[in-house]
Design a protein around this ligand. Structure first.
Ligand SMILES: Nc1ncnc2c1ncn2[C@@H]1O[C@H](COP(=O)(O)OP(=O)(O)OP(=O)(O)O)[C@@H](O)[C@H]1O
Ligand SMILES: [Mg+2]
Length: 409
């Protein structure tokens, strides 16, 4: 009988380690590599765990090894939880409008202390797990295929440039401001490309705003070429170059090496005014971006790259123009979006009481479109006041739902 606890526990730790929330805060706090190393040690253990659990009845030594592993896995789980709770707490703080700049000194100090403390704890945990992993060879365990909970690149939804504008609320001023900037942006240097970054938490509407801009008539006629590429977690320069080329040429590209791909890209962009949207960027390595950016420096004046990202550091690395920090939806726009989801297009009769409760529910979403949509859809099939009241009063449920939204890959 396989042991009922360790494999699922290790899987769940790996899943949390791979979650985008943790990746985002790992990067922000400079603990990305430590967390990745912890994950890789756990993966090597996970690879033999199934076999070990099947053979647990065969000898005291293996039983002891599994016991040690069990204890370490519980501690690792608590550690990763601690990290995740801190990440979510800070996100909630920023949601509640607690401005880190108000006490910049203290927040920087706290961050450094947190980073140091967690850095030590993660390293100790890794040493402990490394020692356990080192012992596994004496049991001649078979490696098996395991679910590591990888949620990066692959499972993160691909985005495209399409948007149904009739379903979008607000953003008019932001959209106008960005379009104005695009149409009047011509860098003095011919060999340069301007990069405009939109930054904000998951579900705030970065991709949507980029879509609104991309599809605007003035933008369509100003740029000779418009290209939309969904980047996601893996900033693979070859894949991205191919994706840009395919978007320009409208067909698949069979070139297999990076150098000829980059050359072909330059040929295609040469002398043209283009708008390139790089949606959902997570890459914080300068070199990868520089490689792609160099190939883009051959267009006409006014070429612009729009980048959307959750991570401020990514925006800082890429942007050449002032970073656009996404605003939250206003109360009115939030309410319109919620109403649309909860009541559909044609609302036959107004129910004042439901409206009052609904407005209270919407306030808890703090202008986050993804959360408003999720809650609006939840209310779609509820029509009695008591059901609405119970959702409104279920603080924990709403917080959990917000957490689920944050966790979304
Ligand atoms: N202004 C808006 N009005 C109505 N719906 C919106 C608005 N902005 C975003 N949405 C909806 O909210 C959801 C999340 O938006 P979007 O994908 O643009 O967020 P994001 O900031 O790009 O998130 P992520 O960081 O996960 O990529 C989408 O379903 C989108 O249609
Ligand atoms: Mg997005």
């Amino acid at each position: 009988m396989p042991h009922p606890l360790i494999s699922p526990l290790v899987s769940s730790i790996l899943k949390t380690l791979n979650s985008l929330v943790l990746k985002e805060f790992g990067i922000a706090w400079g603990l990305k590599t430590d967390l990745e190393n912890l994950g890789s040690t756990l993966s090597t253990i996970q690879a033999v765990l199934q076999d070990a659990e099947t053979k647990r009845g065969k000898g005291e030594a293996l039983k002891n090894w599994l016991r040690k592993l069990n204890d370490a896995a519980y501690d690792a789980d608590n550690l990763v939880d601690e990290f995740m709770n801190e990440a979510l707490r800070r996100r909630m703080d920023s949601e509640r409008g607690i401005n880190p700049q108000v006490s910049a000194f203290f927040s920087l100090r706290n961050r450094l202390i947190f980073r140091l403390k967690m850095g030590h704890k993660i390293k100790d945990m890794r040493d402990r797990l490394d020692a356990i992993a080192g012992e596994k060879n004496k049991f001649h365990l078979r490696e098996g295929l395991v679910e590591t909970g990888e949620v990066c690149g692959m499972q993160r939804g691909q985005t495209d440039s399409m948007v149904n504008e009739s379903e979008i609320y607000g953003r008019t001023d932001e959209k106008e401001m960005i379009i104005e900037m695009l149409l009047n942006n011509s860098s003095d240097r011919d060999d340069d490309v301007s990069v405009y970054a939109m930054c904000g938490m998951g579900g705030l509407g970065k991709t949507t705003l980029a879509q609104l801009v991309y599809n605007d008539g003035r933008v369509k006629s100003y740029f000779e070429l418009r290209i939309w590429v969904c980047v996601s977690v893996d900033f693979d320069v070859e894949r991205l170059t191919r994706a840009i080329l395919e978007s320009i040429e409208g067909r698949g590209c069979s070139i297999s090496n990076l150098d000829p791909l980059l050359r072909r890209l330059q040929e295609k962009l040469f002398g043209k005014r283009f708008l390139l949207v790089l949606d959902d960027v997570w890459n914080e390595y300068h070199e990868k971006w520089d490689r792609l950016k160099n190939a883009l420096k051959c267009g006409a004046k006014g070429c612009t790259v729009i980048v959307t990202t959750r991570i401020q550091q990514v925006a800082l690395i890429m942007a050449t123009l002032p970073i656009h920090h996404m605003a939250h939806l206003s109360e009115d726009d939030s309410w319109s979006l919620f109403k649309r989801r909860a009541f559909g297009n044609e609302r036959t009769e107004e129910n004042l009481q439901l409206d009052l409760i609904g407005k209270e529910i919407v306030k808890k979403c703090k202008g986050l479109p993804l959360a408003i949509k999720a809650l609006g859809s939840l209310m779609q099939f509820k029509r009695s006041e008591s059901e609405w009241l119970s959702v409104k009063e279920n603080e924990t449920g709403i917080c959990q739902m917000m957490e689920v939204v944050f966790y979304l890959p």
